[in-house]
Write a new protein. Structure first.
Length: 433
C-alpha cells in the first residue's frame, strides 16, 4: 500500500493506534491533533499537523492539511461540551468544512469513525451532533464509509474503559449504576485492522456499519471479567441506585466544563442506557477481517502489574488532587484568619522580628494561590512540583530558625514529608494518554 493518509484525532485512544496500524501497512501518515508537541515526540516518523476542528471551519483552512493526501480517517469525537471541547465544533462545523475541502481536493476516500448509539433517539448533544456528522458524510460526493464501533477495549485504557477497570478493582465490592446495560466490546486491534482493510482497493463503500464484537456482556459481567483479568479476588457487584449516583454525575458534568474530562457524566449514562451494543452488520465479513469476543481478547492479553496499578489508582488520583489542593488552600485561609496571631508568634520565635507579619502574610497568600492553582487542569503537574519545591524551602528556613520543631511531639516538620510525597504522586500521574 502506498499514498498519504490524514488521520484526524491521531493523539487519541483510537486515532493513535489507527495511525500506527496504517504506518505499518505502508501508508505515509499525516497525523492531525489539536496539540502536537507531545505526540510528535512519541511518533516522530509521522508528519504532524495542528488540526483543531474549532478553528478549521472553512474548506480553505483545511486545504494545506489535504495537500498530497489520498485518504482521510476521522477519529475525532468529544463526549460533552466544556473545557475547550465543543460537540458542535468537533462533530458538525469542522467535519462540514473537512468534507467540502476533501471534495475540492479530490480526496479518494473518507473513513469516518463514529459510535454505536449515535442517533437522535439517544437525546444527548453528543448523539445528535454525531448523527449530523454521519448525514454530512453520507450526503457528500466522496467515496465514504462510516464505522460505528461498540465499546472499544485494549490493553491500554482511557475514558470509559478506564472507569470500568477502576470499578472492577474497587476494594471489597464493585459499584455499578444499572448493571444490565449490554456491551458487545470490540478489541481495538480488530477496529484498526478493519480501518486498514477499508482503505484497500475494492473495500465496501457508501455504507454505515455498526461494529459490535461477537460476545454480548452486561456491565456487571464486564466488571467481573475485568476483575478476574486483573488477578483480584472475586467481589460482589453492588448496584447503586440512580438517585444516589446523580450527585456524582452532576459533579462529573461540572468537572468536564472546568476541563477535567471524566467518563462519569450524564451523557455517558444516557448513551449507555440508550445503546452501547449495536446490531450485527456483518462488518467483519464485509471487510475481510476477524472479530474476537471480549473473553477471548482478555485471554489473549495478559494483564501486567501496570494495569493493576492504573485500575487501583484511578480513583486515588482525583482524591489526592482534592486533598492536596484543600490542604494548601485551607492552611492559607487559617493563617489569614484564626491562626494569624499564632503564625506571627512562631515567626517571632524564629527570630524574624519586624519581618514576621509580612512573611506570614505572603506565606499564607502563596498557600492559597497554590491550592487554587492546583485545580486548574493544565497547571496541575507544574503546581504540584512547585508545591514540593516550596515545601523544601519552608523546611530549610524552618530548620535554620526553629530546628527544635523536628523533635516536637506533634511533628510539625515531619508531617509535611508525606505531603511532599503526595505532590510527587500527583505530578507523576498527570499524563492522560
Amino acid at each position: 500500500m502506498s499514498g498519504r493518509v490524514l488521520v484526524l484525532g491521531a493523539n487519541g485512544f483510537i486515532g493513535s493506534h489507527v495511525a500506527a496500524a496504517l504506518s505499518a501497512e505502508g501508508w505515509r501518515v499525516r497525523a492531525g491533533a489539536r496539540r502536537i508537541a507531545e505526540p510528535s515526540r512519541r511518533a516522530p516518523s509521522f508528519d504532524w499537523v495542528a488540526a483543531d476542528f474549532s478553528k478549521l471551519t472553512t474548506a480553505q483552512a483545511w486545504a494545506p492539511l489535504l495537500d498530497g493526501v489520498s485518504a482521510v480517517v476521522n477519529c475525532v469525537g468529544v463526549l460533552q461540551d466544556g473545557g475547550g471541547d465543543s460537540t458542535r465544533a468537533a462533530h458538525v462545523d469542522g467535519p462540514r468544512a473537512l468534507i467540502a475541502a476533501c471534495e475540492a481536493a479530490g480526496v479518494a476516500r473518507l473513513i469516518h469513525v463514529s459510535a454505536v448509539g449515535a442517533d437522535e433517539a439517544a437525546g444527548t448533544d453528543y448523539a445528535r451532533t454525531k448523527a449530523q456528522t454521519e448525514r454530512l458524510v453520507a450526503d457528500s460526493t466522496l467515496d465514504w464509509l462510516i464505522l460505528r464501533p461498540s465499546l472499544v477495549v485494549d490493553r491500554a485504557a482511557f475514558g470509559g474503559t478506564g472507569l470500568i477497570r477502576a470499578l472492577a478493582a474497587f476494594p471489597l465490592f464493585s459499584p455499578v449504576v444499572g448493571g444490565d446495560q449490554t456491551f458487545r466490546p470490540i478489541p481495538l486491534g480488530d477496529l484498526t485492522a478493519a480501518i486498514v482493510a477499508a482503505l484497500r482497493p475494492g473495500a465496501p463503500s457508501g455504507l454505515t456499519l455498526d461494529m459490535p464484537g461477537p460476545e454480548a456482556v452486561t456491565m456487571a459481567q464486564t466488571v467481573r471479567l475485568y476483575r478476574g483479568w486483573l488477578g483480584l479476588t472475586p467481589a460482589p457487584v453492588v448496584r447503586v441506585p440512580r438517585a444516589l449516583a446523580a450527585p456524582a454525575l452532576a459533579a462529573g458534568d461540572l468537572l468536564g466544563r472546568l476541563g477535567w474530562s471524566s467518563p462519569i457524566r450524564t451523557t455517558a449514562m444516557r448513551q449507555m442506557d440508550h445503546d452501547v451494543s449495536g446490531h450485527d452488520s456483518g462488518w467483519a465479513q464485509r471487510l475481510g477481517v476477524s472479530s474476537r469476543g471480549f473473553s477471548r481478547f482478555l485471554a489473549e492479553t495478559p494483564a501486567s502489574v501496570q494495569d493493576v496499578w492504573h485500575a487501583r489508582l484511578w480513583f486515588v488520583r482525583p482524591i489526592s488532587i482534592l486533598t492536596l489542593g484543600l490542604f494548601w488552600l485551607i492552611t492559607g485561609l487559617i493563617s489569614f484568619g484564626p491562626g494569624w496571631s499564632g503564625a506571627v508568634s512562631i515567626l517571632h520565635e524564629g527570630g524574624y522580628g519586624g519581618w514576621a507579619g509580612p512573611v506570614a502574610w505572603w506565606g499564607a497568600l502563596l498557600d492559597v494561590v497554590l491550592g487554587l492553582a492546583l485545580f486548574v487542569r493544565p497547571w496541575t503537574a507544574r503546581v504540584a512540583i512547585f508545591m514540593c519545591l516550596a515545601t523544601i524551602g519552608y523546611l530549610i528556613a524552618g530548620t535554620l530558625s526553629l530546628p527544635h520543631y523536628w523533635t516536637d511531639p506533634l511533628g510539625p516538620w515531619l508531617k509535611v514529608l508525606p505531603m511532599m510525597a503526595l505532590c510527587l504522586f500527583v505530578a507523576a500521574t498527570d499524563t492522560r494518554r
